[in-house]
Write a protein that binds this ligand. Structure first.
Ligand SMILES: Cc1cc2nc3c(=O)[nH]c(=O)nc-3n(C[C@H](O)[C@H](O)[C@H](O)COP(=O)(O)OP(=O)(O)OC[C@H]3O[C@@H](n4cnc5c(N)ncnc54)[C@H](O)[C@@H]3O)c2cc1C
Length: 385
């Protein structure tokens, strides 16, 4: 009988894994995703702020895979590694080989008294659409808007900057406070990069409080660990992430944020027939910290996991995953900061243009050109309704 390979997640990693597996006629490939479309996560802050049409951030998976792949639009609830089965809301699927590329999901806040009336977390297209709607309603209904962002990582900063830009455009004065229990923002940046970001946030009148967290919230407001109360905020929670499948049984090593530890071949430790790639996996290489979550690592690891799965089936030796650091960009709506090949720091509009250009390159179909063109227009003229 043909071997069955299940891939969970049709994001950057999953689609590359599928590509690497396709063409093996002896395989039965099942690609399971909760959505019928794949999402370009890096543009979601622009979608959430209403600067980019949501249709540019999603593309039908069916148009990206060939007819030999069975697409299943269902949410995976659990994986049993010992039983070699994947359980969704509706069905149980058995596999011979499994590739886990389900990304990660934002961790919900644990606030004892609940949440303010207006609240948002950004991890999916649905979240971005919800934030866009809620933020509009918030600005309309609140005399003195105050955006409170818990978490000063890439996503928190990017989203807060985009929403601030939106409020400026709508002529609604909005205070912004960002808090983080850590001692400094963006610890992975060097001093000059961090100073650039801090200076830009200061130019927008952001208050950035390090060593401070949100300790409680209710419908009326939020209280910070320094005792300060923020009345009627829009609370953005951008602190922490977890594994996006509720349950995985049988011994797997997971990091604090739920990522599954893999070896240098991207095999899940202790399970030869299971691979993980992208944000779902913790790949340490020779270092002590796992690779950061980034599109190019997700694509590269997905491709390698798919290819290694084929090699395993054919009885060939597996090849190690050798990540290449092409760099990163933190887009800040009207400028950005980034580093190329872990060496060259870029500041200003050039890294921002590079960000949109790369979003175009990684996008699909007609979305590809439209997104890449933002590298020229920088969202200044084209705004979503
Ligand atoms: C707001 C934001 C901005 C970002 N900006 C950048 C950037 O500028 N540059 C950069 O390099 N990286 C950026 N990243 C990180 C980058 O998007 C990720 O590293 C990348 O998407 C990881 O790819 P992946 O395939 O592992 O996971 P994903 O792209 O998240 O794909 C996972 C897939 O699994 C599916 N899935 C999840 N759970 C289940 C389930 N239980 N059942 C079925 N299907 C499921 C999802 O629907 C999704 O299609 C950003 C991330 C976010 C959230």
């Amino acid at each position: 009988m043909d071997a069955t390979v299940i891939i969970i997640g049709a994001g950057f990693a999953g689609l590359q894994a599928v590509k690497a597996l396709c063409g093996r006629s002896s395989l039965r490939i099942l690609l399971i995703d909760k959505n019928p479309y794949t999402v370009m996560l890096p543009v979601l802050p622009d979608v959430a702020a209403g600067f980019m049409e949501e249709s540019l951030s999603r593309y039908p998976v069916a148009r990206l895979v060939n007819g030999t792949v069975a697409l299943i639009t269902e949410t995976v609830r659990s994986i049993s590694l010992a039983g070699k089965k994947v359980t969704t809301d509706n069905n149980v699927y058995r596999y011979d080989y499994l590739i886990i590329t389900s990304g990660s999901t934002p961790s919900p806040p644990k606030l004892p008294d609940g949440l303010p009336r207006y609240f948002g977390q950004l991890g999916s297209l649905d979240d971005a659409i919800r934030i866009q709607r809620q933020f509009h309603a918030y600005l309309k209904n609140t005399p003195h808007p105050h955006l409170l962002c818990a978490g000063t990582g890439y996503t928190g900063i990017e989203l807060a900057v985009c929403l601030k830009a939106r409020s400026i455009e709508l002529g609604k004065e909005t205070a912004v406070t960002m808090v983080d229990p850590a001692k400094q923002i963006l610890p992975f940046l060097n001093l000059s990069e961090r100073t650039y970001v801090a200076g830009f946030l200061a130019s927008l009148d952001f208050t950035v409080l390090t060593g401070v967290s949100v300790s409680s919230a209710d419908a009326a407001g939020a209280t910070l660990s320094n005792g300060r109360v923020v009345p009627a905020p829009f609370l953005l929670w951008s602190s922490g992430s977890s594994f996006s499948i509720p349950s995985i049984s049988d011994s797997v090593e997971q990091t604090g944020d739920g990522r599954i530890a893999v070896d240098r071949f991207l095999q899940v430790k202790g399970h030869r027939d299971v691979f993980a790639a992208g944000d779902a996996c913790a790949f340490f290489g020779d270092g002590k910290t796992p690779l950061r979550k980034a599109v190019h690592y997700a694509c590269g690891s997905g491709r390698r996991a798919g290819a290694n799965c084929c090699r395993l089936i054919k009885g060939k030796p597996l090849l190690p995953f050798s990540p290449f650091d092409a760099g990163w960009v933190l887009p800040l709506h009207e400028c950005g900061v980034g580093r190329l090949f872990n060496r060259i720091t870029l500041k200003g509009t050039l890294p921002l243009r590079l960000h949109y250009f790369m979003c175009g390159v990684r996008n699909h179909g007609a979305n590809r050109l439209k997104t890449a063109l933002v590298a020229v227009t920088l969202l200044k003229r084209k705004k979503a309704a």
